[in-house]
Design a protein around this ligand. Structure first.
Ligand code: NAD
Ligand code: DAU
Length: 337
């Protein structure tokens, strides 16, 4: 049995990861440590909660004593660190918590992993640490780090810390840097679920700037299968980029959602740009494809349709979210745009 500490497992990608692992294998025991911030939601884990190979601990990855207790009690030998403050716009509104969770929290986990001599530490990073691309080119693992937002700078700092533990102490750290994910359970602050839910409610669809910024989209299950592979087969000290070669301009994504929902393009509203808005992300994932044999399985057209259908049939999930503190967030971010 492999005892894994999964952090941030109540968030979008982490909960999909736990559900994927527990429904496909029985050789792992997962301890999910999550603070349940605004982005954490235990409803995402309704199926996994029934598993004997799963337990949940509510708590903060910056809490040394708690982390130490978990490693000792559950004899943790593997760490997969999804926990993070993950939204760029929120990092622009207030950066401190991003450095606390993403940098200090990762360091607390690294220290514990060193003390307890873990066999693998997977740091879930992001392609945003590479900065922004022009019209052409792709991010490779050799692209220099050049993060532009408080969010991406906090993730880049965590990456540096993680590799310093590998270099200095021989901690078996592996790292993934993935492009933009979409799929079920994504919090409706991110582009795709925000646009789906606004469109369903006939609310304006706020597109930043000229709408021509490009993101490289990947279905969350493809990301999680890649993460599973890197955790088990990745070489310590190595980074693996993950992407599905699905570049889209923001305006194209929004028009596609409008079209699938049978709404009017009059809902589109161009608004003031995100400060420091990265123009284009695009991933070269040939390393993970050639070295670990991974490749994306989901076609964008089908997976985006499934995602839209999921939000259509899971109104209760998102209605609970948008009825709470989300309203204050929405007014703060979009009120004067
Ligand atoms: P999310 O915001 O949906 O979930 C983050 C989770 O972390 C939440 O459950 C939250 O409660 C938890 N958390 C936050 N602070 C914590 C703390 N101090 N202690 C314990 N738990 C805490 O994020 P996501 O989109 O699922 O992203 C997960 C990871 O993947 C992040 O590290 C992010 O940087 C990375 N990533 C995300 C994307 C993407 O497109 N969403 C792409 C590449 C990489
Ligand atoms: O690339 C990986 C990253 O992708 C992850 O590390 C981050 O955690 C994740 O949030 C995501 O960052 P982005 O900033 O690219 O994602 P977001 O969904 O916030 O925005 C996608 C694009 O859509 C971006 O160009 C900004 C634009 N946008 C976003 C929102 C929320 C709009 O035009 N309007 C909006 O209301």
């Amino acid at each position: 049995m492999k005892n894994i500490l999964v952090t941030g497992g109540a968030g979008f990608i982490g909960s999909n990861f736990i559900n994927h692992i527990l429904s496909n294998r029985d050789d792992v025991f997962i301890v999910n440590l999550d603070k349940l911030t605004y982005a954490g939601n235990l409803e995402n884990l309704a199926d996994s909660e029934k598993s004997k190979n799963y337990t949940f601990v509510k708590g903060d990855i910056t809490n040394n004593e708690l982390v130490d207790y978990i490693f000792r009690k559950y004899e943790i030998k593997h760490v997969i660190n999804f926990a993070a403050e993950s939204h760029v716009d929120r990092s622009i509104l207030g950066a401190q918590v991003f450095y606390e969770t993403n940098v200090v929290g990762t360091c607390v986990l690294l220290e514990a992993a060193k003390r307890f001599e873990v066999e693998k530490f997977l740091q879930i990073s992001t392609d945003e640490v590479y900065g922004s691309l022009g019209e052409t080119g792709l991010f490779t693992e050799q692209t220099p780090l050049s993060p532009n937002s408080p969010y991406s700078s906090s993730k880049a700092a965590a990456d540096m810390a993680a590799f310093s533990f590998h270099h200095t102490y021989g901690l078996p750290v592996v790292m993934t840097r993935c492009s933009n994910n979409y799929g079920q359970f994504q919090f409706p602050e991110k582009l795709i679920p925000l646009m789906i839910i606004n469109a369903l409610n006939d609310k304006k669809l706020p597109i930043y700037g000229d709408g021509l910024n490009v993101r490289d989209w990947i279905y969350v299950i493809d990301h999680n299968k890649a993460a599973e592979l890197v955790w088990e087969k990745g070489t310590p000290g190595e980074v693996y980029n993950i992407g599905a070669s699905q570049e889209m301009k923001n305006i194209e994504i929004v028009k596609l959602i409008i079209d699938k929902l049978g709404k009017s393009e009059e809902l589109i509203q161009f608004v003031k740009d995100r400060p420091g808005h990265d123009r284009r992300y695009a991933i070269d994932s040939s390393k993970i494809e050639n070295e670990l044999g991974w490749k994306p399985e989901y076609k964008f057209e089908e997976a985006i349709s499934d995602t839209i259908d999921w939000y259509l049939t899971n109104e209760n999930w998102w209605k609970r979210i948008i009825s709470g503190e989300y309203q204050t967030y929405y007014k703060t971010l979009y009120g004067n745009r």
